[in-house]
Write a protein that binds this ligand. Structure first.
Ligand code: NAD
Length: 419
């Protein structure tokens, strides 16, 4: 019995079961590895613009404290519940361990539909959320970052709120801040950049000519837009993109900088072009070389997996592929090269780690240094994942997660069980 439930949490449990069986982890060790160490639930009351009071529920789950502080994003979305947040925290743990960061995983969020609140209300809600979390977070306890529905501005409000209570500026309490407030160069681009870098690497491995290649992106927020931008820079045509308002298609290749300018101004792709509009339901199964799901969980089910027509599936989002779809993809390994989420989108937490280190040291790096080190870590993790998949005859996802779980398990084993 656990307090966590829901389809996303079930998916994290199911995936862990596959890994635990593969690694032959004894039954009495499994709960210790899987169940989150702490879960915090809060209510955040704010004054609405009309003077009334509204209360929003918020969460933070800290998965394990074995390797250092916990680290993870904050999601503001209607779907947010304790099960979803716990699953995302668990995935963060395997991700941080896979790429070798001294963190456990965490995640948090507020159940809110951002289209229903004003900018002032968003600021009030962000500040109240951080204020309620102060007893449970800290630069050496739990460090937040952005995720769906949050951005640099929200991180600046978090940092300012925490700092006001401490009576001094504590930039290292969150990452993904604006560069003007202690953020690092290259964090905004980091996740999408990493996705594009790994996709390019795989295309080179598969001898796909980048200049004749095409990409399709689901989700045009932070991750999707910067992945699209770099893929286009590498010579690919980005033929389709989508967001929660619709989808656009152009076989000659979409103008990614133009789309980014439009979304920065209008908040979504809506209104960009009626001529280029296409059915968002067709996005995932369009023929292309690289498909980047960069929106939300569980969008690729078994049926969609069977119908994928991409050569490379570069998972920008967390948990976009269901365990049932994974079974299909395992059979299609020679047709679709999967770069699993915990590797593919790990550039974000890698550069968040750099931001934390720079804030702690008050010594800031050039962007080239940030990028060089990000790619170095991603390439090393990719090599380890690929070698493990080959050696054990397992899927890329199983290999990536097995490496992550193994590292956390090794740390728990050597530290022992207190008291
Ligand atoms: P974001 O809020 O910046 O963008 C999300 C995008 O998804 C928006 O364009 C939104 O319109 C779109 N979207 C939402 N519902 C959709 C739907 N039903 N169909 C199509 N598009 C839809 O969020 P983000 O930070 O880019 O995060 C996207 C994904 O990447 C999430 O799964 C997140 O957990 C993951 N991720 C983010 C980071 C990061 O650094 N931001 C790092 C690792 C993983």
């Amino acid at each position: 019995m656990t307090v966590y439930s829901g389809p996303v949490f079930d998916m994290a449990v199911n995936q862990f079961g596959v890994i635990a069986n593969h690694l032959a982890i004894p039954m009495d060790e499994r709960d210790r590895l899987l169940l989150p160490k702490r879960a915090i639930t809060i209510s955040c009351p704010i004054h609405r613009d009309d003077g009334s009071i509204a209360v929003y529920e918020g969460y933070r789950v800290q998965h394990h404290l074995t390797l250092g502080p916990t680290k993870g994003g904050t999601r503001f979305a209607p779907s947010v519940d304790i099960g979803e947040v716990a699953a995302l925290a668990i995935w963060m743990s395997w991700k941080c361990a896979l790429v070798g960061l001294p963190y456990g995983g965490a995640k948090g969020g507020i159940t809110v539909d951002l289209s229903t609140i004003s900018k002032r209300e968003l600021e009030a809600l962000s500040r109240r959320y951080m204020q309620e979390m102060i007893p449970f977070v800290g630069p050496h306890i739990d460090v937040m970052a952005p995720d769906m529905g949050t951005n640099e501005q929200v991180m600046a409000w978090f940092m300012d709120t925490y700092s006001m209570y401490q009576g001094r500026t504590v930039t290292e309490i969150v990452t993904g801040k604006p560069v003007s407030s202690g953020g690092t160069l290259g964090r905004r681009e980091a996740t999408g950049r990493g996705v594009a870098h790994l996709a390019k690497r795989v295309m080179n491995q598969l001898s796909i000519n980048l200049n004749n290649a095409t990409a399709v992106i689901q989700g045009f927020g932070n991750v999707g837009s910067y992945a699209a931008l770099d893929l286009q820079r590498f010579g690919l045509k980005v033929i389709a993109v989508s967001d929660h308002t619709g989808a656009l298609y152009d076989k000659a290749g979409l103008d990614i900088p133009g789309l980014m300018q439009h979304t920065a101004q209008h908040g979504s792709l809506a209104g960009y072009s009626n001529q280029l509009a296409c059915d968002p339901a067709t996005i995932l199964t369009m023929p292309c070389d690289v498909l980047v799901p960069a929106a939300m969980e569980r969008v690729i089910d078994a049926e969609t997996a069977q119908n994928l027509k991409c050569r490379v599936l570069a998972e920008g989002a967390n948990g976009p592929t269901t365990p049932e779809a994974d079974l299909v993809l395992e059979k299609r390994q020679d047709e679709v090269f999967l770069i699993p989420d915990i590797l593919c989108n790990s550039g974000g937490v890698v550069v968040s780690y750099f931001e934390w280190v720079q804030d702690l040291q008050q010594l800031f790096w050039e962007e080239e240094e940030v990028m060089r080190r990000e790619y170095q870590i991603l390439d090393r993790a990719f090599d380890t994942m690929a070698a493990r998949a080959k050696a054990d005859g397992i899927s890329h996802r199983t290999a990536a997660m097995a490496i992550g779980v193994e590292k956390v398990r090794a740390a728990k084993t050597t530290r022992g069980l207190f008291p």
